[in-house]
Design a protein around this ligand. Structure first.
Ligand SMILES: Cc1ncc(C[n+]2csc(CCOP(=O)(O)OP(=O)(O)O)c2C)c(N)n1
Length: 559
């Protein structure tokens, strides 16, 4: 119960601060170290989602941060709760997602004794989080929480970790609240835009590369208009395909794992590359082989919302420290040249993208995952959210899904397995009106599959497609390439995933032929329950391009 003497507990001040910042959802696993904060949620209009593992809770919050641009909020207990949640902190770091993790802490008078589950959060999270701190003084909660929101959302967004000593949370204080913060926009200068205009006017084969965070529906619409006015080809970086609608006539495809060779050739042949929002890290740069380091051969423009990334790997001809949202708005002011000599190349790039993603390649076995993704894309509404974790199965998902709206793709740029299930559940919780689907591998699924219980508990009808090839297929692929025929620690003996779904109180079905997929999907939708579709694929179908045996034989032949 709240007092009416003008004082509040530190925990109440904290939760009030979250309300003021516009937080509507919090994901947690409870712990005795932050009971007072849990209690403070009791009387406030914030929906709590209680999860089964802190990695699930943290990923749900991270996915919400990724989808909304506002910090995803997660509460976990000290020690093991915090280390379990570290998966989400690392994802938020690599994926540039605003995310705040609140962690219980031992009482202030016990610190430094290695009390029960005590950790030094500044040290543990110091190199993963953008900021890791501990709140000692309840009177400073409004200031420090306000700062956490600025840090998480500003510049290159990322994770903040805040430890909350147990005794501090129950201390009473009389402090004014801090107002809500808005992410700080960094705008390109007028000279940046006029230099960009000149570079575009001088170019013969320009291309836009788009990635990173700090986008919005409005910013994506501005980008699409700009691409159209200038007839510029646009490629997206690894797992950021949702930034440009696949059916836009300028869309050239995504630079992920196993990208279209024609797209790679186009990037290499461009004379002007404008990278907006992304870092062109190891995955989209194809192991840092796509551009020369440090000086790309192409005229290289890098637009990024933080100074520390500009010039870090690639030396830009023009570096623009601007948030994608502000930069996209500024693009409206640029004028295209009268002739757009590259127009036909842009049309060709889009045609190549369509051809690359039109029909699934042939693979061994009665189930073709590519055909399943192609069938599903025709069925899903444009704003459906397609989530996935990490594994070879995701290569088919990214190649054949045609993401059409901002926020329709939730996938770990960090390559973290176990992402798809909690991401889908978190998203369905905050946007129940949207269709939410998750593709997972069999290995991938069981890293966080217990969160299916959370979907059942909150009646969230997500549809999870478990692609079962009875192995950690990606690692087997690398094994066969580097140590052909020597299989170590990559085989999996799996449960019946459909029965697993039913045991949790959801819908489950097994798919053993491509043609059985859509009826099973429709039955899952009709059930109105959280669902798992257990899709059994042939282990030989290891990649869209090559079978397991072909990969092994090639390696054995020395190639
Ligand atoms: C948390 C985490 N652990 C380990 C890895 C390394 N890893 C990448 S893919 C992969 C195997 C994925 O197996 P599965 O989910 O069955 O999908 P498949 O590759 O067979 O399609 C592993 C172990 C990772 N990326 N993330």
């Amino acid at each position: 119960m709240r007092a009416n003497d003008g004082t509040r507990t530190a925990a109440e001040v904290l939760v009030d601060q979250l309300v003021i910042q516009g937080v509507r959802h919090v994901f947690c696993v409870p712990g005795e170290s932050y009971l007072a904060a849990l209690d403070a949620f009791h009387d406030r209009k914030i929906e709590l989602t209680v999860c089964r593992h802190e990695s699930g809770a943290a990923i749900m919050a991270e996915a919400c941060g990724k989808a909304t641009g506002r910090p995803g909020i997660c509460f976990v207990t000290r020690g093991p709760g915090a280390t379990n949640a570290s998966a989400g902190v690392h994802i938020a770091r690599q994926d540039s997602t605003p995310f705040i993790l609140f962690v219980g802490q031992v009482a202030r008078d016990m610190r430094e004794r290695e009390a029960f589950q005590e950790l030094d959060y500044r040290a543990v999270f110091g190199t993963i989080a953008k900021w890791a701190t501990e709140i000692d003084d309840p009177a400073r909660i409004p200031e420090l929480v306000s700062r956490a929101f600025y840090v998480a959302t500003g510049g290159r967004p990322g994770p903040v970790v805040m430890a909350l000593p147990e005794d501090m949370l129950v201390e009473r204080v009389a402090v004014p609240d801090a107002p809500a913060c808005e992410p700080i926009e960094t705008w390109p200068g007028a000279s940046d835009m006029s230099r960009l205009q000149k570079l575009l006017w001088a170019a013969k084969r320009p291309m836009l590369l788009v990635g990173g965070s700090r986008w919005s529906q409005t910013a994506c619409a501005s980008l699409a208009r700009f691409a159209e006015r200038f007839a510029l080809p646009v490629a997206t970086t690894f797992r950021r395909a949702h930034l440009m609608a696949a059916d836009h006539p300028c869309y050239a495809g995504d630079l992920g794992i196993g990208p279209s060779p024609k797209l790679l050739a186009r990037v290499k042949a461009a004379d002007l590359l404008v990278l907006i929002g992304g870092r062109l890290g190891e995955m989209p740069s194809q192991g840092y082989t796509l551009l020369d380091i440090p000086q790309p051969r192409q005229t290289f423009v890098h637009v990024f919302p933080a100074l520390e990334e500009l010039g870090r790997v690639y030396r830009p001809h023009l570096a623009v420290n601007a948030s994608p949202t502000a930069f996209a708005a500024s693009l409206e002011g640029l004028q295209p040249p009268a002739a757009l000599p590259w127009r036909s190349e842009t049309a060709a790039a889009h045609a190549e993208f369509l051809a690359w993603t039109d029909k699934a390649t042939t693979v061994p076995g009665p189930v073709n995952l590519g055909e399943i993704v192609v069938a599903l894309r025709a069925k899903l509404p444009a704003d459906a959210v397609v989530c996935n974790g990490a594994g070879n199965f995701s290569v088919w998902v990214h190649r054949y899904t045609r993401y059409r709206t901002y926020g329709s793709e939730l996938a770990p740029i960090s390559g973290s397995m176990g992402y798809g299930v909690p991401a889908a559940i978190g998203m369905k919780r905050v946007a129940p009106e949207r269709t939410v689907v998750a593709f997972t591998g069999d290995g991938d699924f069981l890293m966080t599959g217990q969160e299916f219980a959370t979907a059942v508990q909150y009646a969230l009808p997500v549809i999870i497609i478990v692609v079962d090839n009875a192995m950690y297929g990606t690692i087997r692929m690398h094994q066969e390439r580097h140590y052909p025929g020597r299989v170590v620690a990559t085989a999996l003996r799996n449960p019946d995933f459909a029965a697993y779904a039913r045991a949790f109180g959801g819908f489950g079905a097994t798919v053993e032929k491509t043609g059985d997929f859509l009826p099973a999907f429709e039955a899952a939708q009709k059930s109105g329950q959280p669902a798992i579709l257990h899709v059994k694929v042939d282990p030989e179908a290891l990649t869209p391009a090559m079978s397991l045996s072909a990969i092994r034989e090639k390696a054995q032949a020395g190639g």
